[in-house]
Design a protein around this ligand. Structure first.
Ligand code: NAD
Ligand code: WQD
Length: 349
């Protein structure tokens, strides 16, 4: 069992990963500035993990990855048994594509500068094991599917550019200095929630993404789903994505950390997806079947910047980590709906 730092651990993927790691026996420090999350998520993670109130196995630090002092505080926070932080999972960052086009400098500051300051702080503290959240959007608009890790990258907006820049920075770091054990994980489309409905995705304002939009339509918070185009070069004309259950993604992080600690070297860049793409219409139909709710919808034009299809090859993650997404679309829909239904206003409710 290890003592780990999770940056951005109150967020959507971070909170589910924190739960998986606590249930696996690890102790955690979470550093989050709560700019896109709530401390309530971590209270519920502790409750689901069966921790006592004030348990030292989950230490929460409200702070910013761009603050060396906050990073020193987080990396210096020892485990209940006195162990030092042995590894970091770095989720903290900004992730909205459209916003990144409007505010590129902010994205470079938080995502790139924040990551640089984090690894510098890790150097100060002698911690060189790191898992980094990258994204399938670094591939741009590939023509061959499923997308393997050797596919050329073509990041088309500041969000993807900042993620690829950090991948490169980490690669240069491990070349320049021995001892680094780094995992760069390119996620496809994580959706759903913990089956308890206690933690889930908590988008602030109008959701950008398909899944939270559907669940908010199902709960009556939004009148209808707008489908962005039915003239894509796909079988039913709507966009195809590789959706994976957030609990599968969370489990992949536990396996990646175990691998790094056991092998004491870096992982190859890994795609984390299912290998099976689904269209917007397939997702809507599956959601209606799984939940019995009707999703009113209208067809509108394509969304600027969208691509027809993204579908990741999961083979390298399977052969390296022994990881495969095991939860199906029905579970993604059911668990996402359980969360939305029980928490119509997210953690603010
Ligand atoms: P999220 O916004 O729910 O979580 C990110 C967390 O980081 C939030 O809790 C936020 O408050 C925190 N944070 C932001 N800026 C910070 C800062 N400067 N200092 C400290 N904390 C800060 O997002 P998520 O969906 O959980 O994504 C986690 C990571 O995975 C992100 O880096 C994202 O780019 C990446 N990713 C997400 C997706 C996706 O579809 N959700 C896909 C691919 C990659
Ligand atoms: C999926 C499909 C839309 C909303 C986002 C981020 C990306 C990455 C993953 C972080 C597309 C269609 C959507 C709606 C719709 N995250 N759609 N109506 O486009 O893969 O990308 O998530 O790294 O950076 O941008 O996912 O959920 O937004 O869209 O018809 O109201 O649903 O056109 O075909 P996407 P998404």
């Amino acid at each position: 069992m290890a003592h780990l730092l999770i940056t951005g651990g109150a967020g959507f993927i971070g909170s589910h990963t924190a739960l998986v790691l606590l249930q696996g026996g690890h102790s955690l420090v979470v550093l989050d500035n709560f700019s896109n999350s709530s401390p309530e998520a971590l209270r519920r993670v502790a409750e689901l993990a069966g921790l006592d109130h004030d348990s030292a196995r989950l230490q929460v630090i409200a702070g910013d990855i761009r603050s060396p002092a906050d990073l020193d505080r987080a990396l210096g926070a020892a485990a209940p048994g006195g162990e030092r932080v042995a590894g970091v999972i770095h989720f903290a960052g900004l992730k909205a594509v459209g916003e990144s086009v409007q505010q590129p400098l902010r994205y470079w500051d938080v995502n790139v500068n924040g990551s640089r300051l984090l690894v510098e702080a890790m150097q100060r503290h002698g911690c060189r094991t790191l898992v980094f959240s990258s994204t399938s959007t670094v591939y741009g608009e590939p023509q061959r599917f499923p997308i393997s890790e050797t596919c050329a990258t073509d990041p088309r907006h500041p969000y993807a550019q900042t993620k690829l820049a950090v991948e490169w920075m980490l690669q240069a770091l491990e070349t320049s200095e021995t001892g680094w054990c780094i995992g760069r994980l390119r996620y496809f489309n994580p959706v759903g929630a913990h089956p308890s409905g206690r933690i889930g995705e908590n988008p602030l304002g109008v959701p950008n993404n398909l899944f939270p939009f559907i669940t908010q339509v199902a709960s009556g918070q939004r009148p209808l789903l707008r489908i962005f185009g039915d003239d894509w070069p796909t079988p039913d004309g709507t966009g195809i994505r590789d959706y994976l259950h957030v609990m599968d993604l969370a489990e992949a992080h536990g396996l990646a950390l175990d691998w790094l600690m056991q092998h004491q070297r870096s992982l190859p860049v890994l795609n984390l997806g299912t290998g099976r793409g689904l269209s917007v219409l397939e997702v809507v139909q599956a959601f209606e079947t799984a939940t019995g709710r009707t999703i009113p919808r209208e067809l509108v034009g394509r969304r600027h910047g969208d691509v027809a299809r993204l579908e990741g090859c999961p083979r390298l993650a399977a052969s390296t980590l022994g990881w495969r997404a095991s939860r199906n679309l029905e579970q993604m829909c059911r668990d996402g709906w359980t969360w939305q239904n029980a928490n119509p206003r997210g953690y603010g409710g």
